[in-house]
Design a binder for this molecule. Sequence first.
Ligand SMILES: [Zn+2]
Length: 229
Amino acid sequence: MSTLDAASAARLRAAHPLLQRLFEAAAARTPIVILESQRGRAAQEEAFRKGNSKAHFGDSAHNWSPSVALDVAPKPLNWNDRKAFIALSVIVFEEARRLEIPIRWGGDWNMNGVLTDEKLSDLPHYELHRWRDFAKRDCVLYGETPKVKPPTAPTPAETHYPVLRRGSKGTDVIELQRQLKAAGIDPGGIDGSYGDKTFAAVRELQRRRGLERDGVAGPATRAALADLL
Ligand SMILES: [Zn+2]
């Protein structure tokens, strides 16, 4: 049962699908508020002026759409309750490990497990690691128009699922990998990159379902996978 209020849920929806999944899982375990996801140019420069951020617009993981960072606090929010922020991070890291989502936390930027050696401790901040890779692949700068895909004339069966193959990247691949994992076939991590392990997982699915084992996730393969879920 999610504990998110409406404003938090709206901010979460503006985040990368992997962050959405992670913090939905965290919210199911403990009450949280989502303080910020996407931050536009004016707000970023304002945060820089005030010293709340060291980054100009474009250099923060919050400046991308969907955002590759989230600021999250325990509920009820009490900025002085450092212990509560740290307790939340323990839950977030447990869920991140379970869901195989790579993250970095602002309470431990250098990821050495020590919380007292950070120059700028940012306890509410969580980002995909490495966020620039995710931003480059899956996002546009906040305020920019999303890249428009060239118009195609899909067959009815392709309307719901784009054909994915070795070398495919992005959120569609993440969804495919999540479905494979849910069906009990290990795609080798949920990283949005259709590499050898995902290729092998699709071939295994095709073997089980009596399909041609070409390792391409086309309409018939995707339908067979949906059947298993
Ligand atoms: Zn942040």
